[in-house]
Design a protein around this ligand. Structure first.
Ligand code: NAP
Length: 251
């Protein structure tokens, strides 16, 4: 029987692959059979070694996605090193926290440039290749703050609400051309991104108490959704933002 989740023979770009959710997604995609271009500003040596230990190919592609200057090179280098491009996981992202009344332009621009602008232009560069080959899967990493307002993170909320909107827009343009664009909205996942919240005893307890699953998510909790949306099992899913949040949004 054919395995509809099989990613054998596929090549995936994962941005921000050195740690956290990006590393976990890279390993899950590799377990499903994909070869991995581990893209980021910090070399993802550990991720590459773990993917290779799974018997898949993996290459580091260095790129600082605080500007869109490297996006075309990321696509070209991936195709050059791994022989193709079938899946893009737009995961790299940052967060800046301050009261809105004090929020700086620098913290606005930094977050929007990485989380929203680079996400769109990398999707564009990868999308051009996928449209030409008539197939491809793009999975953007959104957030609960694609649905909710959050607090003290205005540029992050704007960026992730924007990512949800762009996911739907790109799906509208590319769905009939064989390219699926979807997103995953992780809940509260224990990574560097949420270190400040985890360290704040009160916030940590309040968050945990509100999660129906009764615990923070692990980065590995996101991997299955990424495999699903990257696979032929998701061929008729377009423009969806899939929450993987322990039930947070259901509450
Ligand atoms: N953790 C959560 O609860 C949560 C919830 C919802 C959404 N998310 C989203 O999930 C994604 C991954 O976050 P995470 O939780 O795994 O946090 P993380 O551990 O901080 O990982 C963020 C990744 O993005 C990379 N990155 C940041 N700026 C970059 C740049 N300019 N160029 C290239 N790579 C860059 C980081 O590389 P460096 O190591 O070099 O900084 C790192 O690999 C982000 O988009 C985040 O917004 C996280």
């Amino acid at each position: 029987m054919t395995n509809i989740f099989d990613l054998g023979g596929k090549v995936a770009i994962v941005t921000g692959a050195n740690t956290g959710i990006g590393q976990a997604i890279a390993l899950s995609l590799a377990q499903a059979g994909a070869d991995i271009a581990a893209v980021g500003r910090t070399p993802a040596q550990e991720t590459v070694e773990k993917v290779r230990a799974l018997g898949r190919k993996a290459e580091i592609v260095s790129a600082d996605l605080s500007s869109i200057e490297p996006v075309q090179r990321v696509v070209d280098e991936t195709i050059d090193k791994l022989g193709g491009l079938d899946i893009l996981i737009n995961n790299a992202g940052i967060i800046r926290r301050a009261d809105s009344v004090d929020f700086s332009e620098a913290d606005w621009d930094a977050v929007i440039d990485t989380n929203l602008k680079a996400t769109f232009f990398l999707a564009q560069a990868a999308g051009r290749h996928m449209l030409a080959q008539g197939s491809g899967k793009i999975v953007n990493i959104a957030s609960l703050l694609s649905f909710q307002g959050g607090i003290r993170v205005p540029s992050y909320t704007a960026s992730k609400s924007g990512v949800a909107g762009l996911t739907k827009l790109l799906a509208n343009e590319w769905a009939a051309k064989g390219v699926n664009v979807n997103a995953i909205a992780p809940g509260y996942i224990a990574t560097n991104n949420t270190a400040a919240l985890q360290a704040d005893e009160t916030r940590n307890r309040q968050i945990q108490e509100r999660i129906p699953a009764g615990r923070w998510g692990e980065a590995s909790d996101i991997g299955g959704a990424a495999v699903f949306l990257s696979s032929s099992a998701a061929n008729y899913i377009h423009g969806h933002v899939l929450a993987v949040d322990g039930g947070w949004l259901a509450r």
